[in-house]
Design a protein around this ligand. Structure first.
Ligand SMILES: [Zn+2]
Length: 287
C-alpha cells in the first residue's frame, strides 16, 4: 500500500532484475505463468502465481477485474502487464532488491506489477477488499506511466511523488488513511518552514502519512480547481515528449511549483473551510 519509496527506486529495481534475468525471483519463489492471459476492459494481464496458492491467485484475478471500472476514468493500458503474485514478503523484497520494508505490499512499474500474496500480509491477512484497494492504487501508477510515456522513457518523465501518489490515492479513495486537511493545517502550523510537496523525499521517509496525505489532498485540489480532463491532457502532453514540469506548465497554465505553493497556502489559510467568513463579511458584521 505504502510504496512511495518503492517507486523512487523503480529504475534501480528494473535494472536489478535485468541484471539477474529470470533468476531474479530465486529458487524458493518460482512462479508459474497462467496459461491464458486475463483480459479486462482495461487491458491484458499475464499472471504469474505460486503453484500452491490457488485461492490467492483467484483473489488477485478478482482484484484485477474490480479495479477495471474505476481505472477506466483515466484511460486504458497500452501494453500488457505482467502481474507476479509473490508468495511472501521476503520474495517481494527480493524482487525489489530491498530489505527491511515491512510496509511494502506491492511494487508497480511500466509493464510489471509485483504483489505480496494476500494470505501472508501482516499482522492480518488481506481480505478481498484490502487487495482490491491495493491493486487499484498500484494499477493507477501503471496506467499513469503507460499513458504518459513509452516503456523506454517513463522514468525520465520525472513525475513527482505528490502527483504519482496523489493520483493513486485519489483513485483508490484512500483519504481515510491519511491526515485530514485540518490535521495537515495543524501540522504545518507546527512546522512553519515545511513545504511538504517540495521536499517530499525526507517527508516520505520521516512522516510518511503526512507526505501521502499532502499528496492526496493536493491531487484533489488539482482536480477540483482545474478539472479531471486537465489531468488527462497533462498525461497526454507528456506522451508527446516533454517531461512533467514542462507539460504541467503548458497544460495547467502555471509552473508545478507555483501550484504546489498555492496548495500549501490553501492548507495553511484553511481555504477548505467553506463556512469561514470572508474579511468583507466580517467587516459588515463588526459592531
Ligand atoms: Zn503508490
Amino acid at each position: 500500500m505504502t510504496e512511495g519509496r518503492g517507486h523512487r527506486w523503480a529504475g534501480l529495481a528494473a535494472g536489478l532484475c535485468l541484471l539477474l534475468g529470470t533468476g531474479c525471483l530465486g529458487s524458493r519463489s518460482r512462479l508459474v505463468a497462467e496459461k491464458a492471459p486475463l483480459e479486462t476492459g482495461l487491458g491484458v494481464f499475464q499472471l504469474q502465481v505460486p503453484p500452491k496458492k490457488p485461492e490467492a491467485a483467484a483473489m488477485l484475478q478478482r482484484a484485477l477485474q474490480n479495479a477495471t471500472p474505476p481505472l477506466m476514468q483515466w484511460g486504458r493500458l497500452t501494453h500488457p502487464v505482467t502481474v507476479r503474485l509473490q508468495p511472501d514478503h521476503g520474495a517481494l523484497e527480493r524482487v525489489t532488491g530491498r530489505s527491511g520494508y515491512t510496509w511494502l505490499r506491492a511494487w508497480a512499474r511500466y509493464e510489471l506489477l509485483d504483489v505480496q500474496s494476500p494470505d501472508t500480509w501482516e499482522p492480518l491477512k488481506a481480505s478481498q477488499r484490502d487487495l482490491d484497494e491495493l491493486l487499484l492504487h498500484e494499477l493507477t501508477h501503471t496506467v499513469m506511466f503507460q499513458l504518459a510515456a513509452s516503456s523506454s522513457d517513463w522514468v525520465q518523465k520525472k513525475i513527482p511523488a505528490w502527483f504519482r501518489e496523489g493520483m493513486a490515492s485519489y483513485t483508490a479513495e484512500q483519504a481515510y488513511r491519511w491526515p485530514t486537511l485540518e490535521q495537515l493545517a495543524r501540522t504545518l502550523e507546527d512546522h512553519p518552514d515545511w513545504e511538504p510537496l517540495l521536499q517530499p523525499e525526507e517527508l516520505f521517509e520521516q512522516q510518511m502519512e503526512v507526505a501521502y496525505g499532502a499528496s492526496h489532498h493536493a491531487f484533489v485540489f488539482l482536480v477540483n480547481r482545474y478539472g479531471q480532463d486537465t489531468v488527462q491532457r497533462l498525461l497526454h502532453a507528456m506522451r508527446q515528449g516533454p517531461g512533467f514540469q514542462e507539460a504541467f506548465a503548458t497544460t495547467v497554465g502555471l509552473p508545478a511549483e507555483a501550484f504546489v505553493r498555492d496548495f500549501t497556502r490553501y492548507v495553511r489559510l484553511r481555504g477548505f473551510k467553506g463556512g469561514r467568513l470572508l474579511p468583507s463579511a466580517q467587516a459588515l458584521q463588526a459592531p
